[in-house]
Design a protein around this ligand. Structure first.
Ligand SMILES: *[C@@H]1O[C@H](CO)[C@@H](O)[C@H](O)[C@H]1NC(C)=O
Ligand SMILES: *[C@@H]1O[C@H](CO)[C@@H](O)[C@H](O)[C@H]1NC(C)=O
Length: 188
């Protein structure tokens, strides 16, 4: 039987003092010293977010559309004041959500589809007054987890919380955001 494990962590909890984050777009990084997580760049790929995968960005072959303006080499986001989106050029945008299984996900291009029970609010980006004043992001007051992908060694999927029987191999990390130029991709 499935049980719901509610993880909370010191990394995400009890932020007494905070100040507004810088304006504009940003990339995501996983900060977890000593955890052995690969690299630090979090990328959007196939509707989910990952460490150890490149972005699954694309640009359609449409007459008059200059795809050199959309290299898609980085995963850039905007928002973090309750809602969160990928910073894209595709009409309609791409919204970030937390799925019913706790996974961080995003809507496909030209679609608002997300699984029933997904949550699109509760993202909170702010500059912490501790640890060198990093600009961090929480979801509903908690930090995020990276869970090893069952089929790809060195690849970790990003979750906001877990609905699993055994989350023992997942690693909590502090989601840090870094100001970045957007738009980098037409779509992810
Ligand atoms: C976040 O949204 C609230 C409500 O719309 C607004 O009052 C606040 O100024 C916003 N904060 C930032 C940092 O943009
Ligand atoms: C956790 O990692 C151990 C050691 O690699 C492995 O034996 C176990 O199956 C993993 N558990 C899950 C739930 O993936």
């Amino acid at each position: 039987m499935k049980s719901v494990i509610a993880f909370t962590t010191i990394l995400g909890a009890a932020v007494a003092q905070e100040i507004a984050p810088p304006a504009g777009s940003f990339v995501l990084g996983a900060w977890s010293p000593g955890s052995g997580l690969p690299g630090s760049k979090i990328n959007a790929n196939g509707g989910s977010f990952w460490l150890g995968k490149d972005p699954s960005s694309s640009c359609p072959a449409v007459e008059g559309l200059d795809c050199t303006a959309f290299p898609g080499t980085r995963t850039v986001l905007v928002g973090g004041n309750d809602t969160l989106s990928l910073d894209v050029a595709v009409p309609g945008g791409q919204q970030v959500y937390v799925g019913p299984n706790g996974a961080l996900g995003y809507t496909p291009p030209h679609s608002s589809y997300m699984p029933t029970g997904s949550v699109t609010t509760g993202f909170h980006r702010f500059r912490s007054q501790s640890g060198g004043a990093p600009v961090v992001m929480n979801f509903q007051g908690n930090s995020f987890l990276a869970c090893p992908d069952a089929t790809n060694s060195g690849v970790y999927q990003i979750f906001a919380h877990l609905v699993v029987t055994d989350g023992g191999n997942c690693t909590f990390f502090q989601m840090r955001t870094y100001t970045a130029e957007g738009i980098n991709a037409w779509q992810y």
